[in-house]
Write a protein that binds this ligand. Structure first.
Ligand SMILES: C[S@@+](CC[C@H](N)C(=O)[O-])C[C@H]1O[C@@H](n2cnc3c(N)ncnc32)[C@H](O)[C@@H]1O
Length: 269
């Protein structure tokens, strides 16, 4: 199996990665056979899985626009994934070209590809770091000179916290990030949930663990809401993905009551 030119040296092409599986679900081209197979296995169990990915991207777009409208001009997108249509810098810089975006991911493929497409953008770049080590992550973010901790930051944790096990203490990671963010900062979170379709959630979680060796943790409403502890929850609170401030029918990729993701935005007061 030849390594494609876009994949960094040393990448393991025999194990699926969440970043590349998600890229495959969105119809992207930065994934390997093993990722496409994993995405297909998920779709065989839950055929509307691609709608969930679209619904999540639509929430990301609305949340970023909301944050820019609220005065945020710098974004820390953690677990940013492989760049695909509608990236944070495109959404934010369309409204204000001065918006700065730092993409952070643990996956070297995601980081390499982000750096490549951002090479001519002075206001955006990508670094490799682990959300489970917030102090180290913030050190790397600081070294880029892109994020000014004297100004409000939009922290994006979109479809990443469900990749952390309970033992990784995801709510604590969010809280550690809040502690270093200036007042007026925001956090936007989307998270896979077992609240709406528990059987489908259980099937997908078990399949990912057994077949793909990827830990995906569908959580209940209470656990996801607890991730906003200490933040002021913005209306309408923690809701199904398509119900968070929908702008048009285009945002309704999943029917109400059927979304496998919950989302919300909080502000540090
Ligand atoms: C499903 S993708 C989401 C991409 C993008 N945020 C979105 O919602 O469209 C999740 C991303 O989180 C990254 N990730 C997983 N664990 C991480 C960790 N501990 N630290 C940083 N990134 C992580 C994965 O590599 C992957 O790119």
């Amino acid at each position: 199996m030849d390594r494609p030119t876009w994949a960094p040296e040393g990448v393991d092409m025999t194990l699926p990665s969440p970043a590349r599986m998600y890229d495959a679900l969105l119809g992207g081209s930065h994934n390997f056979e093993v990722d496409r197979q994993a995405a297909e296995q998920g779709k065989a169990l839950v055929p509307d899985l691609p709608r969930l990915a679209l619904s999540n991207r639509a929430f990301l777009r609305r949340a970023v626009r909301f944050l820019v409208d609220s005065g945020v001009r710098q974004f820390l997108d953690i677990g940013s994934g492989i760049p695909t249509a509608g990236n944070v810098h495109e959404i934010a810089q369309e409204i204000d070209p001065e918006c700065r975006v730092l993409y952070v991911d643990i996956d070297p493929v995601a980081v390499a590809h982000a750096r490549a497409i951002l090479s001519d953008n002075d206001n955006a770049t990508a670094v490799e770091a682990d959300l489970r080590k917030p102090a180290e992550l913030m050190e790397r973010a600081g070294a880029t000179g892109l994020i000014d901790l004297d100004q409000p930051v939009g922290v994006l944790l979109i479809a990443v916290l469900h990749l952390l096990a309970d033992d990784d203490r995801p709510a604590e990671m969010v809280s550690d990030l809040r502690a270093v963010m200036p007042t007026g900062s925001f956090v936007a979170i989307s998270h896979l949930t077992s609240a709406t379709r528990p059987e489908d959630a259980a099937k997908l979680g078990a399949n990912a663990a057994n077949k793909s060796k990827v830990g995906i943790h569908f959580r209940g409403r209470e656990a996801i809401t607890a991730m906003f502890d200490g933040w002021e929850l913005i209306e309408p609170g923690v809701v199904e993905l398509p119900l968070w401030r929908p702008e048009s029918d285009r945002d309704q990729h999943e029917a109400p009551g059927r979304s496998l993701g919950l989302a919300g935005v909080g502000r540090k007061g």
